[in-house]
Design a protein around this ligand. Structure first.
Ligand code: ZN
Length: 288
């Protein structure tokens, strides 16, 4: 069984929100202003001090560098990290203000985990015909419907499987846009940190040719209108999707896709409605 994942606290969410998953050292030291895979670091190196003021989002490389004791003499100092972090936050003062307020929200108490039990697994093994299917990955519908984003359950390499919302749009020039949206309640890894895994699973499941794919990413659960286009340095058949690069969507980029994002994700007849306006003829019948 994978380890229980600690529910992200209001503080953690606030740090992710204020930093927009940018590593402040990457942004200001390496001029790398993009979403990075990373981790929360404690600026004063005291893990028990998990306040908004003491936390910072660092990419994995900078996190390692900052955490390793040996490099402390010549490495980045606490004061420097703090300065760069604040400079990053200052670029979006309203978001930072909101993050500070949200970080003070009290976390709900986590229920105490019950001791492990063996009877469920042993019964499942003894009754493979009746219960064997439960060990298989979750199965989701094979069809995709125009203008109807669907929930998608994905596996993650780090064991923190999650869900997201997927919408497919076939462009007139044969490219296929897949909009991957993070939704409230995703219990697993973020759609940014698992982008290679999710992309592989969606493309394989729906047989989307990698050379026609346009992958878009959006956080529907954050109060943020940003969309990113993700491209991969490597994609099938060369190898698994890897080396992702995020590019914030601009009006020009949207225009090149003949799409524009809607402000709100709406529901109708118990289905999500499309999150993207199409500036071309678009059917509403089944896609596959
Ligand atoms: Zn970094």
């Amino acid at each position: 069984m994978p380890n229980r994942r600690k529910t992200p606290s209001a503080v953690e969410t606030s740090v992710l929100y204020a930093s927009r998953r940018r590593c402040c050292l990457c942004v200001f030291l390496d001029e790398r202003d993009e979403v990075r895979r990373g981790q929360l670091a404690h600026i004063n190196r005291d893990p028990s001090d998990a306040t908004f003021e003491n936390l910072v989002w660092l990419c994995l490389d900078h996190h390692d560098e900052y955490d390793s004791k040996t490099s402390q003499s010549k490495g980045v100092t606490q004061a420097e990290v703090k300065k760069y972090r604040d400079r990053l936050y200052d670029r979006h003062p309203e978001a930072t203000q909101k993050a500070v307020v949200d970080s003070k929200e009290q976390d709900l108490p986590e229920l105490v985990p019950l001791p492990p039990r063996s009877e469920f697994e042993s019964v499942r093994r003894r009754f493979p015909k009746d219960l064997g299917f439960m060990a298989e990955p979750w199965r989701y519908p094979l069809w995709q419907v125009a203008n109807q984003p669907e929930l998608f359950a994905f596996k993650s390499g780090n064991g923190s499987d999650g869900i997201c919302l997927i919408e497919r749009i076939d462009l007139p020039d044969e490219r296929i846009v897949v909009a991957c949206m993070s939704v409230v309640g995703n219990p697993g890894i973020s759609i940014t940190n698992a982008v290679e895994d999710i992309c592989f699973q969606v493309c394989e499941r729906f047989e989307i040719p990698p050379d026609r794919l346009v992958w878009l990413e959006h956080y529907e659960d954050f109060d943020d209108e940003e969309w990113d286009m993700v491209t991969f340095g490597t994609s099938p058949p060369q190898g698994p999707f890897s080396n992702p690069t995020w590019k914030t969507m601009t009006p020009q980029l949207w225009k090149s896709l003949l799409l524009e994002p809607k402000k709100q994700l709406l529901q109708e007849h118990r289905h999500y409605q499309s999150k993207l306006n199409k500036l071309f003829y678009w059917p509403t019948k089944n896609l596959l």
